[in-house]
Design a protein around this ligand. Structure first.
Ligand SMILES: [Zn+2]
Ligand SMILES: [Zn+2]
Length: 365
């Protein structure tokens, strides 16, 4: 499968020179399976550029599945500009948690009422279906998709997608259930040692994933004044992902007040796990599963192939730790090791999707 980030910003779109590298568009991530099933996590302003890319592919019909974590603005505002929905013959299946104020259809129609937008939802020519979700297991194309509630002020779900023998988990707009992650006296770095049942459940949901895309809006220092706003710190993400045996993490939903320099600093701290606020992160635990330095990155518009060599189905516990995605690991390592060549090809003022330049190299894990 292939994963591309089209929107990595949380809360509000933040274009400009200060966010050019990590991107200023709000949440939107594309996952395409080997069979061509198209799953789109969230439909923030990044969806506009993804839509253009889909339209340019010249397909006879575009069949897309939009998986909304929830319906806050930064996750749906791109939908009225999702051009495949304006073409007869295309299909758009929209999944999301039912909002507290009504069905998914009703909530999405609200932002396209005539007061706000010239074309109403029911006027769109594509075949659009709506599926209100709670927790469960679903089949979307050839992918098995599990949903679980996240901890956020609105009804929000996370998605665990299993396809092509790989697992990608999307957990955006979530905050820790508890101030303390670990039970007092317990050995840190293990799921069983997590104090709060909610955080333990969260860790299990991402267990052994090849890629976890996780909200990491705040630093631990900022979090003190942002409690109950529904977002995580990189420190929480790093620790819980390490305990869950996750192979790689993409930190995303960057705070609109954080410029590229700031986000790069978060990435650095998350990678080295040496932030003052995370003295207890068990690097040894991380090392045991996969080289720690390869684990963390802040999501920009990178393009990652998550593919299993040999296409064995997941669930086989004896798979070697890095066999699933050598190529993707190589790409990420290139990037993390300080690739001297430009990693992306931004156009003038372009803060949107980027293509990582791939150079074939052995994985550094
Ligand atoms: Zn959000
Ligand atoms: Zn939200």
């Amino acid at each position: 499968m292939r994963v591309r980030f089209w929107g990595t910003r949380g809360s509000i779109a933040t274009p400009g020179p200060g966010t050019n590298y990590f991107g200023g568009n709000t949440s939107c991530v594309e996952l395409t399976t080997a069979d061509g099933d198209l799953l789109i996590f969230d439909c923030g302003t990044g969806a506009h550029r993804l839509a253009a890319e889909l339209m340019n592919q010249g397909k006879k019909a575009i069949n897309s599945n939009i998986l909304l974590g929830h319906t806050h603005w930064d996750h749906i505002q791109g939908f009225p500009f999702f051009s495949p929905a304006f073409v007869k013959g295309n299909s758009v299946a929209i999944y999301g948690p039912e909002g507290s104020r009504g069905s998914l259809h009703h909530v999405l129609a609200g932002q396209m009422e005539f007061t706000y937008f010239p074309i109403e939802l029911n006027q769109l020519p594509a075949a659009i279906t709506y599926r209100d979700l709670t927790e469960g297991i679903h089949t979307i194309g050839g992918a098995r998709v599990a949903t679980q509630f996240l901890h956020h002020p609105a009804m929000t779900v996370g998605y665990r997608v299993e396809a092509d023998g790989a697992v990608v988990v999307y957990l955006v707009d979530h905050e820790p259930f508890s101030n303390e992650l670990w039970r007092a006296g317990a050995e840190r770095g293990r799921i069983e040692s997590i104090l709060h049942e909610g955080d333990r459940r969260h860790a299990k949901f991402m267990a052994d994933a090849d890629l976890v895309i996780h909200d990491a809006q705040y630093t631990p220092e900022e979090y003190g004044t942002k409690k109950n706003w529904g977002h995580s710190t990189y420190e929480y993400v790093v620790q819980i992902a390490a305990a869950a045996g996750v192979r790689r993490v993409a930190l995303t939903h960057h705070d609109p007040s954080h410029n590229d320099h700031f986000v790069a600093d978060i990435e650095r701290k998350a990678r080295t796990c040496s932030g003052r606020a995370s003295p207890h992160l068990h690097a040894r635990e991380a090392d045991r599963r996969v080289a720690a330095g390869n684990r963390f990155l802040a999501a920009t518009g990178f393009d990652a192939s998550v593919r299993e060599a040999g296409a064995r189905h997941r669930g086989a516990r004896n798979l070697p730790a890095v066999a699933l995605s050598h190529r993707a690991l190589s790409q990420l390592c290139q990037r993390l090791e300080g690739e001297p060549e430009p990693l992306c090809q931004p156009g003038p003022g372009d803060d949107l999707a980027r293509q990582v330049k791939v150079r074939v190299a052995p994985p550094c894990a």
